[in-house]
Design a binder for this molecule. Structure first.
Ligand code: ZN
Length: 293
């Protein structure tokens, strides 16, 4: 069952929250909350919000939204402020210490690279003591601090904050965090060389990559072998998840493990070849030799 997260953008409308250095807390919290929601949905995690616009929402109503919606987790987003202009850093508050708070704090520090003010227990905060599920409140940074204020104003801050919260939630829920960036990184790191396939000792076929110890090719390689392979949704020749590609060869359905690189699915040459009745004879010098059985 898909998990449901309640995202709470602190403050709203007449209640601006903290302000200073050209920032109203309520605007930043809303931006971060929406970004978190979008990122969570990309991970296949469902989201409800306590507000999605510049609206007045009571603390009681925020708890009610989470409780009545049966959210599994509650995350409230705030920006800190202090009379002391030197005060800086990131902290995560919770009613009583919990792993979600620890994880989110860990990723916030990793992403924002601000001072670690730690995970703190707060029994007095309405959204923490009025919610029935595990709840945390993130104070991302200090808008009263000039340097942090400049950072808070950037799109990067919004993105990095949201990503950190989502990573924390994913780890807490035991869900692998997926981003397009991560896929891009993986290609840069892992692609060791490009390789070609030689079929029946004759000619070089499509180019593939050597990634993580495997020779990977797109399914287009099958097409070049003379097989009719499509990505037709009606005939179930669809990607069922990023790690698995369903092929349909001669009316027989077969699943082949796939790695998504820049939006294309690459499969181990061994799996692709055997799916269409070829043997892999070995490889050398950037070439893989396959032969019809
Ligand atoms: Zn606040």
């Amino acid at each position: 069952m898909s998990k449901l997260i309640c995202i709470d953008a602190g403050h709203g409308r007449d209640d601006s929250g903290a302000s200073g250095n050209g920032i109203l807390e309520k605007n930043i919290t809303l931006k971060v909350a929406k970004e978190i929601g979008q990122m969570l949905e990309k991970q296949g995690i469902s989201v409800i919000y306590t507000r999605t616009a510049d609206k007045d929402v009571s603390l009681k109503q925020r708890c009610k939204t989470a409780n009545n919606g049966n959210a599994d987790l509650f995350v409230s987003i705030h920006i800190n402020s202090s009379e002391n202009k030197e005060a800086r850093g990131t902290e995560t508050l919770c009613y009583s210490s919990n792993r979600l708070a620890e994880l989110i704090q860990k990723y916030l520090l990793r992403n924002l690279k601000l001072k670690d003010r730690g995970v703190k227990e707060r029994k007095d905060l309405a959204v923490l003591n009025g919610t029935k599920m595990i709840a945390v409140l993130c104070e991302l940074a200090f808008l009263s601090n000039k340097e942090e204020a400049e950072f808070i104003k950037t799109d990067e801050f919004i993105k990095l904050s949201a990503e950190a919260v989502v990573k924390g939630i994913c780890e807490y829920l035991n869900i692998e965090f997926k981003t397009e960036n991560k896929i891009e990184e993986k290609r840069e790191i892992a692609v060791e060389k490009t390789i070609n396939v030689v079929v029946n000792g004759e000619k070089d076929f499509t180019q593939g990559y050597f990634v993580d110890g495997k020779n990977l090719f797109t399914a287009d390689f099958i097409r070049q072998l003379g097989f009719d392979v499509g990505y037709d949704e009606d005939t179930k020749q669809v990607i069922i998840n990023p790690k698995e590609l369903k092929l349909n060869v001669d009316g027989k359905e077969t699943s082949v493990e796939a790695v998504n690189i820049n939006g294309f699915n690459f499969c181990p040459v061994r799996s692709l070849a055997s799916a269409v009745g070829f043997d892999v004879m070995g490889g050398e010098k950037g070439k893989v030799y396959i032969k019809a059985k």
